[in-house]
Design a protein around this ligand. Structure first.
Ligand SMILES: N[C@@H](CCC(=O)N[C@@H](CS)C(=O)NCC(=O)O)C(=O)O
Length: 217
């Protein structure tokens, strides 16, 4: 099976798929595009004009959660629980993580401090739900790496960069979430899931985006 991922270097949703591929040790190739000037071949292939795309022997898959479930089903052992209820719960928290990634992006590009703080407050409320959902750790479902972990690692990696520049306090008083974030950021597959120079690219992009927080990056 030939797997070709289409990526934008800073995209957290692409990173979810890369983490899953690396955790499973599955070979794949990547081609990067510039989302500010997407090539015609990409626009012709991507139904929503978004990355990630995963071409599987030429068939196009899109949506990070769908891509990750496909990778999981085709490369056992599974990173999702077997029992339907536990499986559905894991999927629900993956979707919740997508929403948090969206809020993080809104924090990074909010033109005014007030908009930044509004997203920060909303993120904090949502993270409290996550804290309540976490077990004994160190990972979301315990000791085994799951697709929930793959879904949140990009969020926490970016939060670290943001916190180093302008402390958000988002993980303060959320000890389980903070420990989970640290465990994810320490994993080799997570560290190896971004292209070289990622931190610099991240800072440059969001400085250039003109958001209020960009001045600290
Ligand atoms: N729900 C999608 C979100 C993917 C997404 O938003 N990708 C962004 C880059 S991080 C994108 O391609 N944006 C281009 C656009 O919206 O035009 C997923 O989980 O794959």
């Amino acid at each position: 099976m030939h797997l070709e991922l289409t990526s934008f270097p800073l995209c957290p949703f692409v990173q979810r798929a890369v983490i899953t591929l690396k955790e499973k040790g599955v070979p794949f190739s990547v081609r990067y595009i510039d989302l500010n000037a997407p090539p015609d071949w990409f626009l012709a292939l991507s139904p929503m004009g978004k990355v990630p795309l995963l071409q599987v022997d030429g068939t196009v898959l899109f949506e990070s959660a769908v891509i990750n479930e496909f990778l999981d089903e085709t490369h056992p052992p599974s990173m999702l629980p077997v029992a339907p209820l536990a499986r559905a719960r894991a999927r629900a928290w993956i979707e919740f993580g997508s929403n948090l990634i969206g809020r993080q992006y809104q924090m990074l590009v909010a033109p005014e401090q007030e908009g930044f703080e509004r997203q920060q407050a909303a993120s904090k409320s949502e993270l409290r739900f996550l804290e309540a959902a976490l077990g004994a750790g160190p990972l979301f479902l315990g000791t085994g790496f799951s697709l929930v972990d793959a879904a949140y690692a990009p969020l926490f990696m970016r939060l670290r960069l943001l916190d180093a520049a302008h402390p958000t306090g988002l993980l303060d008083e959320l000890p389980k979430t903070a420990a989970w974030a640290a465990a994810l950021c320490a994993r080799p597959a997570v560290q190896g899931s971004v292209p070289e120079g990622f931190e610099t690219l991240f800072r440059e992009r969001f400085r250039a985006a003109g958001g209020w927080v960009g001045q600290f990056l």
